[in-house]
Design a protein around this ligand. Structure first.
Ligand SMILES: Nc1ncnc2c1ncn2[C@@H]1O[C@H](COP(=O)(O)OP(=O)(O)OP(=O)(O)O)[C@@H](O)[C@H]1O
Length: 500
């Protein structure tokens, strides 16, 4: 292990490249795999459908950053000669090796290569240079379903039925080829520009023993009982160390459908440990406005007995598809059906251009520009909203170690810190001390030092629209994007503490 890491992580660029080529080797491309209708065996000699090209990053014109994952960033990239646009997933080789993510990268590359379904992100080609691996993916200009839910608050039953049906259709295919996705959640359901779903993020998949896919040797045994995925969507049997089954994804589908209809996931709490307690005891409450059909389907998908979940029984997906919640769905023509309207960033009256990260701050915004949020509410309403947020907007108890005894969190959110070349997921925390912490949630370290001041000339908040704001100190300006559109609440909360 140590030796392998040194070879990859060392200064010798050529050695690094050789190491990765050996790990992600391409043989002569063959038609085949599931996409070609031919089941192939587990082997070390992998024939890729999406070719490994000799391109360089200079062959592309790079646009906006779609997002940043734990070991990659995804950028809009136009191939200069063909004009074709891709979502280019860029991964730093040293970082992947250091973070032990090689198996995730390999798995995603090999699996995506063989999947062929309109509801799954397509891998077009790959290339690499000394420092980075590049995966050119089909572009999803509509962003994440998660963002649509947060922008709309929650979805109508018609909208949720449309999206859930497309997920069911893609999951039926994924399970049909013997794969368990293991990380189904609204963040991994991307939307095309015309509003159709594509499932992404295949780094955590697990092939079953009789999978038709070509996989790396032993990958169906690997991580058999380990917890992968995301706390809020993990089924109880995984917490009890049972091996992964297709039913894991059906539980996550139930959580996702619940989130579409209510705006938040069904098992929510202040820490992962508390979330797990709720999952194990199936502490599930339905909002009153859920229809009987929606409630019944979610209730069945969230059955603690995995074999009873619709889709996991002997009649397969028929029992999901014929559920009354999906009445009227034309399963054969899903992709031809008109999709729900997408709420885009500029629908909020945004003056923010994410393409070149420029701001038009102008004068003070009027109430209607606030999107009906804090700007339209009184300050006491805002304060109570803020303290409610601190409770609801779940925070990990690990953050407590950064607080002094008696110090209380006033507001906390996962945000994107916008930078010139890349965006980073950060946790912004405001305490009653007052103190502003901008933390790296994966490393639990400070990401930016924000020096508190009661003087607006030394610390000020500029809001561009409900999802974009800047914190300005005399030393620096930090730009944030808040998918939950609480930019005005952040301003009110910080200014409220400055006035005390
Ligand atoms: N094909 C795509 N089109 C548009 N945006 C994409 C595409 N693929 C990924 N993204 C965006 O880029 C972000 C980063 O994606 P990536 O696959 O690197 O990591 P992730 O799935 O978010 O996180 P992790 O790897 O930590 O699980 C995603 O949040 C998603 O919003």
């Amino acid at each position: 292990m140590e030796r392998g890491m040194r070879a990859v992580g060392g200064e010798d660029g050529e050695a690094m490249e050789r190491e990765f080529e050996a790990k992600l080797r391409l043989q002569q491309p063959l038609p085949g795999g599931v996409a070609g209708g031919k089941a192939v065996q587990r082997t070390n000699s992998i024939a890729f459908r999406a070719p490994q090209e000799q391109f360089t990053i200079k062959d592309f014109e790079l646009g906006k950053v779609f997002g940043v994952g734990s070991y990659s960033q995804v950028v809009r990239a136009r191939k200069k000669d063909t004009g074709n646009v891709y979502a280019l997933k860029i991964m730093d080789k040293k970082f992947i090796a250091k973070e032990n993510k090689v198996s995730y990268v390999k798995m995603e590359r090999i699996v995506l290569d063989q999947l062929d379904h309109p509801g799954i992100i397509r891998l077009c080609f790959t290339f690499q240079d000394t420092h980075s691996l590049y995966m050119a993916l089909e572009c999803c200009e509509g962003g994440e379903l998660f963002d649509q839910i947060t922008k709309k608050g929650y979805l109508s039953e018609d909208e949720a039925c449309f999206y859930a049906a497309e997920v069911v259709d893609a999951l039926e295919y994924i399970h049909g080829v013997g794969l368990i996705h293991r990380d189904i959640k609204p963040e991994n359901l991307l939307l095309t520009s015309d509003g159709h779903i594509k499932i992404a993020d295949f780094g955590s998949v697990k092939p079953t023993r009789d999978s038709q896919l070509t996989v790396l040797p032993n990958s169906s045994n690997e991580k058999a009982c380990t917890f992968v995925g995301t706390a809020a969507y993990v089924p109880p049997e995984v917490l009890n160390s049972c091996p992964a089954t297709f039913a894991n994804d059906l539980w996550a589908l139930g959580c996702t459908l619940y989130q579409m209809l209510s705006g938040s996931s069904p098992f929510k709490d202040a820490s992962e440990w508390l979330i797990f307690q709720r999952i194990i005891t199936r502490d599930l409450k339905f909002p009153e406005f859920f229809s009987h059909e929606a409630r019944d389907l979610i209730d069945k998908l969230l059955d603690t007995d995995p074999s009873k979940r619709p889709g996991a029984g002997p009649d397969g997906y028929a029992s999901v598809k014929k559920h009354p919640f999906f009445n009227g769905v034309d399963w054969k023509n899903l992709r031809k059906a008109p999709a729900p309207r997408l709420v885009l960033d500029h629908d909020n009256g945004a003056d923010y251009d994410s393409q070149d990260a420029t701001w038009n701050l102008g004068g003070a915004p009027s109430a209607h520009q606030h999107d009906g949020n804090a700007g339209a509410t009184s300050s006491s309403e805002t304060q109570s909203h803020i303290s409610r947020l601190a409770l609801i907007d779940s925070f990990d108890s690990r953050w407590k170690e950064f607080l002094e005894p008696g110090e209380v969190i006033v507001m906390i959110s996962k945000l994107k810190k916008l930078q010139k070349l890349t965006n980073r997921k950060v946790q912004l925390i405001l305490t009653d001390k007052p103190k502003l912490l901008c933390m790296d949630p994966s490393k639990m370290t400070a990401k930016a030092n924000i020096i508190w001041s009661h003087s607006p000339s030394e610390l000020s908040i500029q809001v561009a629209n409900s999802s974009h704001f800047k914190i300005c100190t005399h030393k620096k300006v930090i730009s944030f994007e808040d998918a939950k559109q609480q930019a005005w609440q952040w301003k009110k909360a910080i200014e409220g503490l400055q006035h005390h």
